[in-house]
Design a protein around this ligand. Structure first.
Ligand code: C2E
Ligand code: MG
Ligand code: MG
Ligand code: MG
Length: 278
């Protein structure tokens, strides 16, 4: 592969990237231009109350609105954004837009209870000044802090340890909510669950996908019970079928998210969904 491209490029050793150094540089340059052009937009996927199916909030999921390639999902650029450090700027663009959107939803609904969840990578969370920036953004936007949820994966807590935990405690201290994302996929889920100052966990969709097996069902039940014992709410990710919905509900999980309810949509589509569900 590298040879065919003229020899200068070497192949990055991580096979997950599938990118040559040259491709990585190109993507990085494109990402820089896209940041300048304000080309990153959150899409919004509803989180529903499993009992009533009412939408209680949305998760903001970044999309790159690419001039030639269309709307690109995170899988197309997040690795490069992370390794290059550009995720900091991209994340700020996304969070700013998501907060502004939440404000318009609160106004349209006449009540400020709907929540927005934003994904923050370990790197972003620990970047100098990030917490101050986030708190200022929430204050400036004027939404109640408790309607803003920060989703963080286990790897963050593992990689950065004490520092991450201190930052998360600070966020909670000023009223923001913390959710542990992709629960169960990390190497140290339990110690993470034990330590993290979170209000909720999101059970990864790989477990919801096998909930129709006895073993899968028992596993999810165990996780839900453990979370509840620790006073944590549970979101089940990746609910795609009515059968899965019925099962996660039967297990007592509070919230669900997945294609069964809706794929991630634009802010306009999300608002239409909200007004229609009133
Ligand atoms: P995540 O935070 O775990 O988000 C859930 C992912 O699962 C989303 O993929 C969503 O579209 C997808 N999903 C939701 N329901 C279903 C379902 O029923 N079936 C299946 N197969 N998939 C479902 P997406 O949007 O491609 O995002 C992928 C990941 O990229 C996210 O995983 C998150 O870790 C990361 N990400 C997204 N937006 C941001 C962001 O603004 N900043 C950072 N740092 N990371 C982000
Ligand atoms: Mg998430
Ligand atoms: Mg997740
Ligand atoms: Mg994920």
């Amino acid at each position: 592969e590298a040879k065919r491209q003229g020899g200068a490029a070497t192949v990055i050793s991580d096979p997950a990237l599938h990118l040559t150094v040259q491709q990585q540089f190109e993507t990085e340059a494109e990402l820089r231009a896209a940041i300048e052009q304000d080309a990153f937009e959150p899409y919004y996927q509803p989180i529903v109350d499993l009992e009533t199916r009412a939408v209680v909030g949305f998760e903001a999921l970044v999309r790159w609105c690419h001039p030639r390639r269309g709307v690109l999902p995170p899988a197309a650029f997040l690795e490069v954004a992370e390794t290059s450090g550009l995720i900091d700027a991209i994340g700020k663009q996304v969070i700013e837009k998501a907060l502004a959107t939440l404000r318009t939803w609160h106004e349209a609904l006449g009540r400020a209870t709907l929540t927005i969840a934003v994904n923050v990578s370990p790197r972003q969370l620990c970047a100098p000044g990030f917490v101050e920036w986030l708190l200022a953004a929430v204050t400036k936007c004027g939404v109640p802090p408790e309607t803003v949820k920060v989703e963080i994966t286990e790897s963050a807590v593992l990689d950065q340890g004490e520092k991450t935990l201190a930052i998360l405690s600070r966020l909670r201290g000023v009223g923001l909510q913390v959710m542990l994302d992709d629960f169960g996929t990390g190497f140290s889920s339990l110690s993470c669950l034990y330590q993290i100052p979170a209000q909720a966990i999101k059970i990864d969709r790989s477990f919801v996908a096998v909930i129709d097996t006895q073993r899968g069902y028992d596993f999810v039940r165990g996780v839900v019970d453990l979370a509840h014992a620790l006073g944590l709410d549970v979101v089940c990710e990746g609910v795609e079928t009515e059968a899965q919905h019925a099962q996660v509900k039967a297990l007592g999980a509070r919230w669900g998210q997945g294609y069964l309810y809706s794929r991630p949509v634009t802010s306009d589509q999300a608002l239409a969904m909200l007004l229609c569900g009133q």
